[in-house]
Write a protein that binds this ligand. Structure first.
Ligand code: XBP
Ligand code: MG
Length: 236
C-alpha cells in the first residue's frame, strides 16, 4: 500500500530553475565582479550537474579566467553560491515563483487519504525554506513527515543517498513509496533506491524520454500516460 509521496522540489514542485536559480546565479556573477553569464541553453546543459556549488565548480573547468588552484575555486564557488542563494531567496520570497499546477491539490489529497508527504531534494535548506515558506506559509514543515535536502545528503542525485535517507527517516520500504521527479538525475536517484517514480515534465527536460519512469505527465493536473518502459520501473 502507498504510504508516502517523496517530492523533489526544483522543477517538480515549481519551475525554480530558469526564473529563479539561473537569474540569481547571473546576478551573483555580476555582484562579485565576474564577467561570466549563463544563457538558458548553457544552464540547461549545466543542470546535468546537481547542486548549485557543484555546478559552479564544474563550469569553472571551462572558464579561462577561473582561479587555478582548487582551494581558491572552492572559496569562489562558496561565495558565489551564498550570494546566489541570497538573491534566489529574495526572488521567491516576493512570490515570483508559484507552485506548479496540481502540486497543492495532490499534497492535500494525499494527506487527506492518510498518505504521508516527504521531501527528497538536492537543493540547499535555505532555498527550500524560502520557496515553501512563501508558497505554503510559515507552518509548511508540519506538512512533511521527513525533509531531506542538500546538506543532509551531500552525495547528490543521481546518487540514491537523498532517497535512502528519506526512507530511513520515514521508516518505510521503497515499495511503500512513490517519488515525484522532473529530471533524469532525479529519476535515476529514485530508481537506484528502488522507488517507483512519476515524472512531471519541467521546462528543462521537456523532451527527455525518462526511460524507467512509472509514468510521465506534463503536470500533476494532467493524467499521466503509463510509461512504455513500465516493465521494471520499480527496479534499479
Ligand atoms: C536541483 C538542483 C539544485 C538547484 C539549485 O536538483 O540541482 O542544485 O539547481 O539549488 P533536483 P542549490 O531538483 O534534482 O533536486 O543551489 O541550493 O544547490
Ligand atoms: Mg528537480
Amino acid at each position: 500500500m502507498l504510504a508516502a509521496l517523496l517530492w523533489d522540489v526544483d522543477g517538480t514542485m515549481a519551475e525554480t530553475e530558469r526564473d529563479g536559480h539561473l537569474v540569481a546565479f547571473n546576478e551573483a556573477f555580476e555582484a562579485l565582479g565576474l564577467p561570466w553569464r549563463w544563457s538558458v541553453e548553457r544552464y540547461t546543459e549545466l543542470l546535468r550537474v546537481t547542486g548549485g556549488r557543484e555546478r559552479l565548480l564544474h563550469d569553472m573547468t571551462t572558464q579561462a579566467d577561473a582561479p587555478a588552484g582548487a582551494a581558491e575555486r572552492d572559496r569562489l564557488a562558496a561565495a558565489l553560491h551564498a550570494e546566489k542563494n541570497r538573491r534566489y531567496g529574495q526572488l521567491v520570497e516576493r512570490g515570483a515563483i508559484a507552485l506548479r499546477p496540481g502540486v497543492l491539490r495532490l499534497m492535500n489529497e494525499a494527506t487527506a487519504s492518510g498518505v504521508q508527504l516527504a521531501i527528497a531534494t538536492t537543493t540547499s535548506r535555505v532555498n527550500l525554506e524560502a520557496l515553501l515558506g512563501a508558497q505554503l506559509g510559515t507552518n509548511w514543515p508540519t506538512r512533511f513527515a521527513a525533509i531531506v535536502c542538500g546538506e543532509d545528503a551531500p552525495v547528490k542525485k543521481p546518487d540514491p543517498q537523498v532517497y535512502l535517507r528519506c526512507l530511513d527517516a520515514l521508516q518505510l520500504d521503497a515499495d511503500e513509496t512513490l517519488a515525484i521527479e522532473d529530471s533524469p538525475n532525479g529519476l535515476a536517484a529514485a530508481r537506484a533506491a528502488g522507488i517507483a517514480t512519476l515524472v512531471t515534465r519541467s521546462l528543462n527536460f521537456a523532451s527527455h524520454a525518462f526511460e524507467g519512469a512509472l509514468a510521465v505527465c506534463d503536470d500533476l493536473d494532467h493524467p499521466a500516460a503509463p510509461s512504455p518502459h513500465l516493465k521494471g520501473a520499480r527496479a534499479a
